[in-house]
Design a protein around this ligand. Structure first.
Ligand code: DX5
Ligand code: ZN
Length: 233
């Protein structure tokens, strides 16, 4: 079977109603989300705080698709087991979070979950060259991590193109996170991305009572992205 490079939309529940995660997750999945993206922040590696392992464990039964846990924490290694046990399908860790990204990715895979490596906007593509054999995904940040609703940083487009070349035929996803909208999605898809995280652009204007708005928002991103894929092919 060939590797799945179709466009996948991964809403970030950082933009969901924090008093109603179970219903929010069910709503985005019912409206067509491919993955659910969980942003874990520690108030140290990034200037914001979010979800510990018990919170992620509480999300798990609501996620029927694929739970992608983005760790923005340092140190990361002491917490890998807890997030794997909480039910992550994939754990991504930042190159910048410590001196031993190779060891971190080994530790994630040792838990039997998929492993991803993340690059901040200020980190060059080359930083992942020697760990690609340990990765199921490379996540390219197109904002400085910490908050939803920030402006897309355009240098991520060329970085995506470089990483797509480095990956070649290897079964590795390219995920983009930060400022994804129907306007920016085509830029990164044309450069080689296949997984699009979006927080504010998915949740804006909707709620669990008006979930069809989430569906329309996701459809707008997906259609714009798929149009770029056709052009690139
Ligand atoms: C930023 C997070 C993102 C964020 C994206 O630190 O990693 O996942 O929620 O939000 P938007 O799509 O609003 O930029
Ligand atoms: Zn994220």
């Amino acid at each position: 079977m060939s590797f799945d490079r179709s466009i996948k939309i991964a809403p970030s529940i950082l933009s969901a109603d924090f008093a109603n995660f179970g219903a929010e997750i069910q709503a985005i999945e019912a409206q067509g989300a491919d993955w659910v993206h969980v942003d874990v922040m520690d108030g140290h590696f990034v200037p914001n705080l979010t979800f510990g392992p018990p919170a992620v464990k509480a999300f798990r039964p609501h996620v029927k698709t694929f739970m992608d846990v983005h760790l923005m924490i340092a140190p990361v290694d002491p917490y890998i087991e807890a997030y794997a046990e909480a039910g992550a399908d994939m754990i991504t860790a930042h190159v910048e979070a410590g001196p031993h990204i190779h060891r971190t990715l080994q530790a994630i895979r040792a838990q039997g979950v998929k492993a991803g490596v993340v690059l901040n906007p200020g980190t060059p593509a080359e930083a992942v060259a020697d760990v690609l054999d340990l990765c199921d995904m490379v996540l390219i940040m197109t904002v400085n991590p910490g908050f939803g609703g920030q402006k897309f940083i355009h240098s991520g487009v060329e970085k995506t193109r470089k990483i797509r070349q480095m990956i070649g035929d290897h079964p590795i996803h390219i995920q983009i996170d930060g400022g994804i909208t129907p306007e920016t999605a085509p830029l990164v898809v044309e450069a080689g991305a296949d997984v699009l995280v979006a927080g504010s652009a998915v949740f804006k204007g909707g709620s669990v009572d008006t979930p069809e708005v989430y569906g329309e928002n996701m459809r707008a991103i997906r259609e714009a992205a798929e149009g770029a894929r056709v052009k690139a092919a």
